[in-house]
Design a protein around this ligand. Structure first.
Ligand SMILES: Cc1ncc(COP(=O)(O)O)c(C=O)c1O
Length: 263
């Protein structure tokens, strides 16, 4: 089941309805903002946090964000037992929500993913000094993110972890990285231009996760690593750059507590 609801009039339309104009800058230049949320029992999870981030992203792209996204999300999610929900606002002024069945591969990722580290080609402090690089903005200019995932797949890995040119861990193309190093859960700082993850935020309400720079060397000797994102949730990295990590106790415990908190 895919449900499409337009912001204008909160009108549900058949899923194959064309909703964008050919000259919408959201399509032509990738100037749209979006959020992807998990839906549990018909309720969009962490909606406040996602709406706040949507507003921050829209401001950075100078996209007018009309009222009504909360009602849009709630209407699109209503009745869906466990689903994904994408909210999009284009620079051309079109807002819409798509509620979709979570792909089986995404659900499988909750039990473990393999990953490789990949250079992003920027220093860890670059994006904080270059607002035009749109660090921390969730825009639909995600072609680089998708190409990085395809590169990982070519290397027989499920996912990738970007690292900076100066040897620091950044994020994954669609998730936040956490690592257990010397018994401490930690995650790279948002000052590196990574997206401020809502799943990370929710997890930090459940347990202590230190925000501090994590070097590539530290990641290579981490006891446990996980990738956090809204729809997949907490994915233990079971193999990293060919090193067997398995799903460790700290991440398993966090994942169980997190899943329980959603219901
Ligand atoms: C680049 C990037 N980093 C991190 C995340 C994780 O964010 P969240 O937990 O809010 O889904 C995402 C998810 O969309 C992402 O695209």
């Amino acid at each position: 089941m895919t449900r499409v609801v337009l912001l204008e009039g909160l009108r549900e339309v058949p899923a194959d309805t064309p909703v964008l104009r050919a000259d919408d800058l959201g399509v032509v230049r990738g100037e749209s903002v979006f959020e992807t949320l998990r839906v549990v029992d018909g309720r969009p999870c962490f909606l406040d946090e996602h709406l706040e981030r949507l507003a921050r992203s829209a401001a950075r792209l100078e996209i007018d964000l009309p009222d009504g996204f909360r009602e849009l999300a709630e209407k699109a999610a209503a009745g869906a037992p466990d689903a994904g929900l994408r909210l999009t606002m284009t620079k051309g002024g079109v807002g819409f929500a798509v509620c979709f069945v979570v792909p089986a591969e995404t659900v499988r990722g909750r039990t473990g993913v393999t990953a490789v580290t990949v250079p992003l080609g920027v220093a860890a402090d670059f994006r904080s000094t270059a607002p035009w690089a749109l660090g921390g903005v969730k825009s639909t200019s995600y072609a680089v993110n998708m190409a990085t995932l395809r590169h990982a797949h070519e290397l027989d890995a499920d996912d990738a972890i970007w690292v900076s040119t100066d040897g620091w861990v950044l994020e994954a193309p669609t998730s936040t990285v956490v690592a257990v190093i010397d018994g401490v859960l930690m995650t790279p700082p948002v000052g590196t231009g990574i997206l401020a993850g809502t799943t990370l935020l929710a997890c930090r309400r459940l347990t202590e996760i230190l925000e501090r720079a994590v070097s590539v060397e530290e990641l290579a000797r981490a006891d446990e690593v996980a990738l956090l994102s809204s729809v997949r949730g907490i994915a233990p990295v079971v193999v990293l750059d060919g090193r067997e990590l398995g799903a460790g106790p700290v991440v398993k415990d966090l994942a169980a507590t997190f899943e329980a908190s959603l219901r």
